[in-house]
Design a binder for this molecule. Structure first.
Ligand SMILES: [Zn+2]
Length: 212
Protein backbone atom coordinates (compact mmCIF):
# COMPACT_ATOMS: atom_id res chain seq x y z
CA UNK A 1 0.00 0.00 0.00
CA UNK A 2 1.72 3.26 -1.04
CA UNK A 3 1.91 6.07 1.45
CA UNK A 4 -0.50 8.96 0.96
CA UNK A 5 2.24 11.35 -0.11
CA UNK A 6 3.29 8.88 -2.84
CA UNK A 7 -0.25 8.76 -4.22
CA UNK A 8 -0.58 12.53 -4.16
CA UNK A 9 2.78 13.12 -5.80
CA UNK A 10 1.97 10.52 -8.48
CA UNK A 11 -1.30 12.30 -9.28
CA UNK A 12 0.42 15.67 -9.27
CA UNK A 13 3.14 14.35 -11.56
CA UNK A 14 0.72 12.81 -14.07
CA UNK A 15 -1.36 15.97 -14.23
CA UNK A 16 1.59 17.91 -15.55
CA UNK A 17 2.79 15.42 -18.13
CA UNK A 18 2.16 16.64 -21.65
CA UNK A 19 0.80 13.93 -23.97
CA UNK A 20 3.29 14.67 -26.73
CA UNK A 21 6.24 14.53 -24.32
CA UNK A 22 5.10 11.17 -23.03
CA UNK A 23 5.22 9.77 -26.55
CA UNK A 24 8.87 10.74 -26.75
CA UNK A 25 9.65 8.46 -23.83
CA UNK A 26 11.22 11.28 -21.84
CA UNK A 27 9.70 12.75 -18.75
CA UNK A 28 10.38 15.80 -16.61
CA UNK A 29 9.92 15.90 -12.87
CA UNK A 30 10.79 19.22 -11.25
CA UNK A 31 13.27 19.87 -14.01
CA UNK A 32 14.90 16.44 -13.83
CA UNK A 33 14.84 14.41 -17.03
CA UNK A 34 14.27 10.71 -17.12
CA UNK A 35 15.68 8.52 -18.36
CA UNK A 36 18.97 10.11 -17.32
CA UNK A 37 21.49 9.28 -14.63
CA UNK A 38 21.08 12.02 -12.03
CA UNK A 39 24.29 13.28 -10.48
CA UNK A 40 23.39 16.50 -8.66
CA UNK A 41 26.01 19.25 -8.81
CA UNK A 42 26.33 22.07 -6.30
CA UNK A 43 27.25 24.41 -9.16
CA UNK A 44 24.00 26.17 -9.95
CA UNK A 45 21.87 29.13 -8.92
CA UNK A 46 18.34 30.37 -9.43
CA UNK A 47 17.12 31.57 -12.77
CA UNK A 48 15.83 35.16 -12.70
CA UNK A 49 12.22 35.38 -11.52
CA UNK A 50 9.69 34.60 -14.27
CA UNK A 51 12.47 33.75 -16.71
CA UNK A 52 11.37 31.71 -19.73
CA UNK A 53 13.76 29.00 -20.86
CA UNK A 54 14.23 29.75 -24.53
CA UNK A 55 17.69 28.64 -25.66
CA UNK A 56 19.58 25.36 -25.97
CA UNK A 57 23.38 25.55 -25.97
CA UNK A 58 25.51 22.64 -27.18
CA UNK A 59 29.06 22.26 -25.89
CA UNK A 60 31.79 19.67 -25.85
CA UNK A 61 34.06 18.53 -23.08
CA UNK A 62 36.37 15.62 -22.32
CA UNK A 63 38.92 15.32 -19.54
CA UNK A 64 41.71 15.27 -20.20
CA UNK A 65 40.83 16.49 -23.71
CA UNK A 66 40.39 13.57 -26.10
CA UNK A 67 40.16 11.00 -23.31
CA UNK A 68 36.81 9.30 -22.99
CA UNK A 69 37.60 6.70 -20.34
CA UNK A 70 36.60 7.15 -16.75
CA UNK A 71 34.40 9.77 -15.19
CA UNK A 72 36.59 12.86 -14.85
CA UNK A 73 33.96 15.15 -16.39
CA UNK A 74 31.38 13.93 -13.92
CA UNK A 75 33.78 14.58 -11.06
CA UNK A 76 34.71 18.00 -12.49
CA UNK A 77 31.07 19.10 -12.62
CA UNK A 78 30.47 17.91 -9.06
CA UNK A 79 33.63 19.48 -7.59
CA UNK A 80 35.18 16.11 -6.77
CA UNK A 81 37.93 15.97 -9.40
CA UNK A 82 41.46 15.68 -8.02
CA UNK A 83 43.31 18.30 -10.06
CA UNK A 84 46.64 16.59 -9.29
CA UNK A 85 45.54 13.54 -11.28
CA UNK A 86 46.72 14.88 -14.64
CA UNK A 87 49.02 17.75 -15.66
CA UNK A 88 46.38 19.20 -18.01
CA UNK A 89 44.08 19.75 -15.04
CA UNK A 90 46.25 22.77 -14.10
CA UNK A 91 44.18 24.57 -16.76
CA UNK A 92 40.99 24.07 -14.79
CA UNK A 93 42.23 23.88 -11.20
CA UNK A 94 39.61 25.23 -8.82
CA UNK A 95 37.12 26.05 -11.57
CA UNK A 96 33.51 25.40 -10.59
CA UNK A 97 31.17 24.94 -13.52
CA UNK A 98 28.34 22.69 -14.60
CA UNK A 99 25.95 21.88 -17.38
CA UNK A 100 22.42 20.62 -17.11
CA UNK A 101 23.06 17.54 -19.22
CA UNK A 102 25.97 15.49 -20.51
CA UNK A 103 25.86 13.01 -23.39
CA UNK A 104 28.59 10.41 -23.11
CA UNK A 105 30.27 8.67 -26.06
CA UNK A 106 27.97 5.64 -25.74
CA UNK A 107 24.91 7.89 -25.75
CA UNK A 108 24.29 7.72 -22.02
CA UNK A 109 22.58 10.79 -20.64
CA UNK A 110 23.74 12.28 -17.32
CA UNK A 111 22.06 15.21 -15.59
CA UNK A 112 23.79 17.50 -13.09
CA UNK A 113 21.39 20.40 -12.60
CA UNK A 114 17.58 20.65 -12.70
CA UNK A 115 16.39 22.44 -15.83
CA UNK A 116 14.48 24.74 -13.49
CA UNK A 117 17.78 26.07 -12.18
CA UNK A 118 20.57 28.11 -13.73
CA UNK A 119 23.59 25.95 -14.58
CA UNK A 120 27.05 27.49 -15.08
CA UNK A 121 27.96 26.52 -18.64
CA UNK A 122 27.89 29.56 -20.92
CA UNK A 123 30.07 32.10 -19.12
CA UNK A 124 30.30 35.51 -20.73
CA UNK A 125 27.85 35.17 -23.60
CA UNK A 126 25.38 36.98 -25.82
CA UNK A 127 22.41 35.89 -27.90
CA UNK A 128 19.58 37.79 -29.58
CA UNK A 129 20.20 41.05 -27.77
CA UNK A 130 20.78 39.53 -24.36
CA UNK A 131 23.87 38.80 -22.26
CA UNK A 132 24.19 36.10 -19.61
CA UNK A 133 22.77 33.19 -21.57
CA UNK A 134 22.88 30.98 -18.46
CA UNK A 135 19.80 32.85 -17.26
CA UNK A 136 17.52 31.54 -19.99
CA UNK A 137 19.25 28.50 -21.48
CA UNK A 138 19.72 24.79 -21.05
CA UNK A 139 23.33 23.63 -21.47
CA UNK A 140 24.14 20.25 -22.95
CA UNK A 141 27.72 18.98 -22.94
CA UNK A 142 28.62 16.35 -25.51
CA UNK A 143 31.60 14.23 -24.61
CA UNK A 144 34.17 14.98 -27.28
CA UNK A 145 36.54 17.50 -28.80
CA UNK A 146 36.20 20.07 -31.59
CA UNK A 147 37.81 17.82 -34.19
CA UNK A 148 37.06 14.17 -33.36
CA UNK A 149 33.87 12.81 -34.91
CA UNK A 150 31.01 12.42 -32.44
CA UNK A 151 29.45 8.96 -32.20
CA UNK A 152 26.16 7.90 -33.76
CA UNK A 153 24.95 6.99 -30.27
CA UNK A 154 25.43 10.63 -29.28
CA UNK A 155 23.39 11.91 -32.25
CA UNK A 156 20.65 9.41 -31.41
CA UNK A 157 20.44 10.61 -27.79
CA UNK A 158 20.72 14.28 -28.78
CA UNK A 159 18.03 13.95 -31.42
CA UNK A 160 15.51 12.43 -29.04
CA UNK A 161 16.48 14.68 -26.14
CA UNK A 162 16.38 17.95 -28.07
CA UNK A 163 13.07 17.08 -29.76
CA UNK A 164 11.65 16.41 -26.30
CA UNK A 165 13.08 19.63 -24.86
CA UNK A 166 11.62 21.67 -27.72
CA UNK A 167 8.22 20.20 -26.90
CA UNK A 168 8.60 20.78 -23.18
CA UNK A 169 10.00 24.30 -23.73
CA UNK A 170 8.19 25.67 -26.81
CA UNK A 171 10.20 28.92 -26.85
CA UNK A 172 13.23 26.88 -27.93
CA UNK A 173 12.52 27.06 -31.65
CA UNK A 174 14.93 25.61 -34.22
CA UNK A 175 16.84 28.89 -34.46
CA UNK A 176 17.41 28.85 -30.73
CA UNK A 177 19.52 25.68 -30.63
CA UNK A 178 23.08 26.97 -30.87
CA UNK A 179 26.67 26.10 -30.14
CA UNK A 180 28.74 27.67 -27.38
CA UNK A 181 30.83 29.17 -30.19
CA UNK A 182 27.74 31.05 -31.42
CA UNK A 183 27.11 32.81 -28.12
CA UNK A 184 30.74 33.39 -27.12
CA UNK A 185 32.52 33.90 -30.48
CA UNK A 186 36.26 34.43 -30.27
CA UNK A 187 36.28 32.94 -26.78
CA UNK A 188 34.77 29.49 -27.33
CA UNK A 189 34.94 27.05 -30.25
CA UNK A 190 32.79 24.15 -29.09
CA UNK A 191 31.08 21.96 -30.18
CA UNK A 192 33.56 22.51 -33.03
CA UNK A 193 33.89 21.58 -36.70
CA UNK A 194 33.39 17.90 -35.87
CA UNK A 195 29.80 18.53 -34.89
CA UNK A 196 27.53 17.81 -37.86
CA UNK A 197 24.69 20.27 -37.42
CA UNK A 198 22.76 18.96 -40.45
CA UNK A 199 22.91 15.39 -39.14
CA UNK A 200 21.91 16.58 -35.67
CA UNK A 201 18.93 18.53 -37.04
CA UNK A 202 17.84 15.51 -39.09
CA UNK A 203 17.80 13.36 -35.95
CA UNK A 204 15.78 16.01 -34.10
CA UNK A 205 13.24 16.30 -36.93
CA UNK A 206 12.89 12.52 -37.20
CA UNK A 207 12.06 12.34 -33.51
CA UNK A 208 9.45 15.06 -33.85
CA UNK A 209 7.82 13.25 -36.79
CA UNK A 210 7.74 9.95 -34.95
CA UNK A 211 6.04 11.53 -31.95
CA UNK A 212 3.05 12.92 -33.89
ZN1 LIG B 1 31.28 25.15 -23.98
Amino acid sequence: MPALYQVISAIHYRAYQCKKCEQMNYKLDRGWVSPARHLPSPNFGSRPKNEVVSLLVLHNISLPPGCFDGNAVERFFTNTLDFDEHPWYENIRGVQVSAHLFVRRDGELVQFVSLNERAWHAGRSHFDGRDECNDFSIGIEIEGTDDLPYTDAQYVTLGALCAFLQTAYPHINDGRIVGHSDIAPGRKTDPGDAFEWSKFRRFVQDNKKNSV
